[in-house]
Design a protein around this ligand. Structure first.
Ligand code: DQA
Length: 143
């Protein structure tokens, strides 16, 4: 059972980027954690990252066409990208919005998610474990 784990802008810089907010673990650590959790759950996890909105929209189209469940950390796109929202609205399988930090506890502009309403659900604030919890949610939803 394939699952995409899609990551938006600046997430390739985990580990060096604001470690007080996002932790010391790197993007490669995140990839390894998702693959390992996937193995335990019988999911074949493909992790991708892009800083480019058009590329992310393309991946969401691919997931919709392939009926592939998605775990999505839209990063800053969360707060303003209607293009991403419209792409997610076309989904044909569950999609979990994830955040490493808890955006509700941060700056005002992070309190709005323009994608939350078209996601199956949202998991935020548990560090990299947000992704693990999202993989469990996908396993339950698609089991
Ligand atoms: C984030 C939260 C967003 O507000 C921010 O723009 C990010 C990361 C998170 O995972 O906590 O880039 O999505």
């Amino acid at each position: 059972r394939p699952v995409y784990v899609l990551n938006g802008p600046n997430l390739s810089r985990l580990g060096t980027r604001e470690p007080d907010v996002y932790g010391a673990e790197t993007f490669s650590d995140l990839v390894a954690l998702c693959r390992e959790t996937g193995r335990e759950l019988g999911l074949s996890v493909e992790v991708r990252q892009t800083d480019d909105e058009a590329e992310m929209v393309g991946w969401l189209h691919e997931a919709a066409d392939g009926k592939i469940p998605v775990i999505l950390n839209p990063a800053a796109f969360t707060h303003y990208s209607y293009a991403l929202r419209d792409a997610i609205a076309q989904r044909t399988a569950p999609l979990v919005e994830v955040h490493i930090s808890n955006p509700a506890a941060r700056e005002e502009f992070r309190h709005t998610s323009v994608v939350a309403a078209v996601a199956t659900g949202t998991i935020a604030g548990f560090g990299l474990r947000s992704y693990v919890l999202a993989l469990y949610a996908i396993a339950e939803e698609t089991g």
